[in-house]
Write a protein that binds this ligand. Sequence first.
Ligand SMILES: [Zn+2]
Ligand SMILES: [Zn+2]
Length: 433
Amino acid sequence: MRSLETPPDSLSDCRECGLLQRHPPLPRGGVSECARCGGLLHRDRPDSLNRTLALTVAGMLLFVIANSFPFLSFEMQGQSTRTTLLTGVVDLYQGGDWPIALVVLFTSILAPGLQLALLLLVLVPLSLDLMPSWLPRLFRWVRTLAPWGMMDVFMLGILVSVVKLSDMATIIPGASLFAFGVLILVLAAAQAALDPDLVWARLPTGADLAPGLRPSDDRVTCDVCALVVRPSAVVREGSHPHCPRCGDLLHRRKPMSIQRTWALVVAAIICYVPANLLPIMTVTSLGRTQSDTIYSGVVFLLTHGMWPLAVVVFVASIFVPLLKLLILVFLLVSVQARSAWRPRDRTRLYRVTEAIGRWSMVDVYVVTILVALVKLGNLASVQAEAGAVFFCAVVIMTMLAAMSFDPRLIWDVLEPEYVGDSERSGRPASQAS
Ligand SMILES: [Zn+2]
Ligand SMILES: [Zn+2]
């Protein structure tokens, strides 16, 4: 009953436009791109699993160091505070700003830490040629967590915070700041070294290869492991069809893609207004109190001669969220209008939207770091304000919106057998035949 099609290294559906294509084995370091939309199909990563394992072990050690020692100290008029990565989260939580505390905890500590731990749990058994039954589930989680680890954005937040405080106090970098810096590079290298297709290819599928699957044939592709399956070969648990290899739920297109994306985009647009109008933090220094909005934070950097940083914060915090929302609205409207206009360029726009969103978190991190560092009572203190909560919500919701949108819908209208969004998006594989 577990019969399915050809292995993923020779036949796959493009993740971005859904075109079925066969690609020959790649030369060392080679790349194959989709013939229709230009999306990346596969990259050959030499010695992928061993390199990823080595980098993950190094990353785990750095992660422990980065979380064990103070990463910044703040000195002002003989008084000082020291802060670890967790301090800001705890201070925000105690100050009643638990939504931001949770988001910062998840994106700067939990997601990267879990990602490293899960990678170890997957790669160590694989290197010993073991195949425990929980392995596919854990590896699915590695993929899910990847976009949420934002240590690099946190580092930019540290840079902005140090500049903001430079004329108020002395900032001393701690041991863990260096570990943190190296960890960001190691994590990026591990992600670049990892070839998920190699891990999936090691997993048993009970494969009954059926060569000759043509682009027009009825099929479902697993969103997680990219296995191409005939609907008749799908394993079912209850009424839900599951991937025979990784166990994830199978669907032709992301379920309710248009409706979910619209809901998140509209909610994000509503939150974008208070996020920019309300102050994100209040700074008290030597008895003087001043509220900062996102915009006034940019102006502060500009008036202090830090224009490169001002440009970065303006682009990340004001320009990128707005651009992202506009692009998503454009994509949604064009898909619903069944537009055939430049599908390749629209797919490219989607790719950009997915990649840039996380950098908007930088202002949320700046607030967190300042709250943790500056707490000397009346002498100097920083409080998070409502604007930061709305801003945090905008960033998370635009990220979720981009993830909910299915770029294959852009191409579906060009297919001769196109039957309409309501039928295609979210139609479970079991009803396909
Ligand atoms: Zn494509
Ligand atoms: Zn799968």
